[in-house]
Design a protein around this ligand. Structure first.
Ligand SMILES: Nc1ncnc2c1ncn2[C@@H]1O[C@H](COP(=O)(O)OP(=O)(O)OP(=O)(O)O)[C@@H](O)[C@H]1O
Ligand SMILES: [Mg+2]
Length: 154
């Protein structure tokens, strides 16, 4: 069962706001898989999510650190798998444990698709202009379908 919602943003601020809206609907154990080319806006969107979940921390790219953690009532684990050599490394950094207690966001999630759970929210960012992005949400599973229904209303 798959459920899709498509948005378009006209600035980085709009992308962050969309992320924030999503973040406000997430809870512990939720998994957001981001895909999109270099500079598409994955980190900008993740920054919005983190804010929406409730963290005031400043979100930076985990490209080199692989994982950044942010505080809040529900903690956020922001992971970038671009530099991992294989999906096994994601297991090694404790991916399964994060999934129990955190909202988990993965950039370049398509690179580790083999080990991702079936229930997941995919967010694909497409560059359609210098400042324009198409953001395609695909919910896999009832939980994420409900979240997308809420996103659609706003
Ligand atoms: N509508 C938009 N949404 C998001 N970012 C935008 C938009 N318009 C312009 N930008 C710019 O695009 C860049 C997006 O950078 P960001 O680091 O979020 O991308 P990324 O997908 O995480 O890249 P990487 O693959 O390197 O991790 C920023 O410089 C941002 O200002
Ligand atoms: Mg990034």
């Amino acid at each position: 069962m798959e459920f899709k919602v498509v948005f378009e943003t006209k600035s980085v601020v709009e992308t962050q706001e969309l992320g924030e809206k999503l973040g406000s609907l997430l809870s512990k154990g939720d998994l957001v898989a981001l895909k999109g080319d270099l500079g598409a806006g994955k980190t900008a969107f993740a920054r919005g999510i983190t804010r929406g979940v409730g963290s005031e921390d400043f979100v930076t790219s985990p490209t080199f650190t692989i994982i950044n953690e942010y505080g809040g009532d529900v903690p956020v684990a922001h992971i970038d798998v671009y530099r991992l050599s294989d999906a096994g490394e994601l297991e090694e950094i404790g991916f399964r444990d994060y999934l129990k207690e955190y909202v988990v966001i993965i950039e370049w999630a398509d690179l580790v698709i083999d080990i991702l759970p079936e229930e997941i929210l995919w967010v694909e960012l497409e560059t359609i202009g210098e400042q324009e992005r198409r953001i395609i949400f695909t919910a896999k599973g009832k939980k994420y379908e409900k979240i997308l229904q809420e996103m659609k209303k706003s």
